[in-house]
Structures are given as structure tokens and as C-alpha cells.
Design a protein around this ligand. Structure first.
Ligand code: ATP
Length: 301
């Protein structure tokens, strides 16, 4: 008996970052969107706990931990402990979401693993409990469960679903080299010692989102981590300029980077931008629409 759960990559349409707190976390006011780049997690009944990974051509297999460090196994153990049962099953992880790319690939896998274990073990965990366990695994994991378009506060783990009437076209360009999230936040602290305690609000972005107009949304996209990310990786600034000259409405570093995403006005606009960027030598150029669903079953038990 087995089950397959799909989970999506996220981008941040707005990422407002406040001054670092005493506990080391940064307060966030963010708007997430789940987009159509997915990982699939299959789980089969077994006597012990195991994991195999298969990655898309654009992903370095060595970048994905194969043992206990993989967040999928951590998620399985956490839910098993909550339910008072042993963590058992054979996981097969198929990754298409760039690793360490600022698209919450690990968080998506953790959310998918929680759903897969809950269903295959027939636990019927309450949604609120699943969300609380997700928050213990990482700040982006609750959003990966919820999906769609949502506002995130706290460390990003306090998620509120938003109505999003638009259907948005994105081009995503991952980087062969990862960029460490802690390094980008540390550089934010160095560049912005005067950062406000309350993170910049997402009100303007929310108003633009409600119009459903790509140009309005493009103007409102905002990421406080873009400046530190580009300071550490100036090539990302060149990439943004190139994508915008190829027809994208706006380019933006995704989360802490180094993936750069481009909002386009239509499917044709996304194709043109993607072709232009591929022609400029970017080997991996992905096209996706958003919003899409959070972690959900695609092959039932
Ligand atoms: P975020 O956007 O949430 O900051 P990210 O997209 O930058 O995350 P991830 O792809 O989630 O980064 O990977 C971060 C690190 O997590 C990787 O360097 C890897 O060592 C570790 N990791 C653990 N489990 C996984 C997994 N299933 N998939 C990818 N990375 C994993």
C-alpha cells in the first residue's frame, strides 16, 4: 500500500523583514504564493523507515541529504512521536524544486511527508495540530501545507490564506550555486542596522493582488532580502536586468535567493522571456503559473 503527495515551490511576492529579535529570528510580513514547480513524495508501507531520492537534471543529487538529515524523515519522526506510534515507511522523493534556492523545496517536502504519513498511517490528525508540527519543522512549512496565496507573519509560520483572483505567469531561473539563507539574513543585519522592529507591511501588495492586473502586481513586488542577496551575488542583479529586457514585467530575487523569478503579463510573455534568458546562456529556465494548491494527495492509498 502506498500514497503519493505533491507539494509546490513558493515565491514571496512581498517579503518585509524587521530587525532581528533577541531569539535570533527576524519578524516577517510576507505574502507567499505557491507556483507550479513540484516535488512528489511517495510513501509505501514498510517495517522500518527509509528514503530514496530522485532529482531532476537541473539539481545536483549531492545537495539533497539522503539520511536522517533529510527533512522528510524529520517530519515523519515528528508526526509519529505526536501520534505515539513508530515512524515506518519507505519514502521516495522526486525533486524538481531547486535546492537551497529560496523556493522552500525542503519545506514543501516536509509538508508532503506530514500529509503522506497522516493518510497512510490513518491518523486523521487535526489541521491545527498538523500546522503546529509543520511550524516546528521550519518557518515555511505551514505555508507549504496551505498553498495558494497567503500572508505569513511571525517568522512566516503564522499563515492566513488570501483570496487571489489572478492567474499569474512566472519564469524562474535557479542558480547552479546555492546561497545560504543565514548568510543573507546576516548581511541584511549588517546593511540595515536601522531596520524597523515591525517589518514593512504588505498592504500595497495586497491591494495590487486584488486587482488581478499583472502590471499592478509587478510594481508592488517587494523583497527586503534582495539588496543583501545581490550584494553577495552581483550576478543576480545582472540576471534581473536581462530578464526585464527580454520582456518580463519585473524580476525579483525569490526569498533569500539565489533563484530569480520574473512576473510576465501572459503565457506568451513567459515563453518569450524564458526563450530570451535561455538564449542568453541560462541553462535552466522554468516556467510556472500560480497560485497552485498546497500539499495534496495525487495518488491515493
Ligand atoms: P527556504 O526558501 O525555505 O529558505 P531553500 O529553498 O533556500 O529554503 P531548501 O531547498 O529547502 O532551501 O534546502 C535547504 C537545505 O535543507 C539544503 O541545503 C539541504 O541540505 C537541506 N535539506 C534537507 N532535506 C531536504 C530536502 N528534502 N530537499 C532539499 N533540501 C533538503
Amino acid at each position: 500500500m502506498s500514497i503519493t503527495v505533491r507539494a509546490a515551490a513558493k515565491i514571496n511576492l512581498h517579503l518585509g523583514v524587521g530587525r532581528v529579535r533577541d531569539d535570533g529570528f527576524h519578524p516577517l510580513d510576507t505574502v507567499y504564493q505557491a507556483i507550479g514547480i513540484h516535488d512528489d513524495i511517495a510513501l509505501s508501507l514498510a517495517d522500518d523507515l527509509s528514503l530514496t531520492t530522485h532529482v531532476a537534471d537541473h539539481i545536483d543529487p549531492a545537495a539533497v541529504p539522503s539520511g536522517a538529515d533529510n527533512i522528510v524523515l524529520r517530519a515523519a519522526r515528528l508526526l509519529a512521536e505526536h501520534a505515539g506510534r513508530p515512524a515506518t515507511g519507505a519514502f521516495e522523493v522526486r525533486k524538481d524544486i531547486p535546492v537551497a534556492g529560496g523556493m522552500a523545496g525542503g519545506s514543501a517536502d516536509a509538508a508532503a511527508a506530514l500529509v503522506a504519513c497522516d493518510r497512510l498511517w490513518d491518523l486523521q490528525t487535526f489541521d491545527d495540530d498538523l500546522l503546529a508540527l509543520a511550524a516546528r519543522l521550519g518557518s515555511d512549512v505551514p505555508f507549504s501545507l496551505v498553498g495558494g496565496t497567503a500572508r505569513g507573519r511571525g517568522r512566516g509560520e503564522v499563515v492566513e490564506a488570501l483570496a487571489d483572483p489572478g492567474s499569474w505567469w512566472w519564469v524562474a531561473v535557479p542558480s547552479a550555486e546555492g546561497l545560504s539563507t543565514p548568510a543573507v539574513y546576516a548581511h541584511f543585519d549588517a546593511l540595515r542596522p536601522d531596520a524597523p522592529e515591525v517589518p514593512p507591511s504588505s498592504d500595497e501588495l495586497l491591494a495590487a493582488l486584488a486587482t488581478g492586473e499583472p502590471l499592478r502586481l509587478a510594481r508592488a513586488l517587494h523583497n527586503d532580502l534582495q539588496e543583501p542577496a545581490i550584494d553577495l551575488r552581483p550576478d543576480l542583479g545582472d540576471l534581473i536586468a536581462r530578464g526585464e529586457s527580454e520582456g518580463a514585467l519585473r524580476g525579483l530575487v525569490s526569498g533569500s535567493g539565489p533563484t530569480v523569478v520574473f512576473l510576465c503579463d501572459s503565457a506568451d510573455g513567459a515563453r518569450e522571456t524564458a526563450l530570451g534568458l535561455a538564449g542568453a546562456g541560462h541553462e535552466v529556465v522554468l516556467t510556472a503559473t500560480g497560485p497552485v494548491a498546497g500539499a495534496h494527495v495525487v495518488v491515493p492509498v
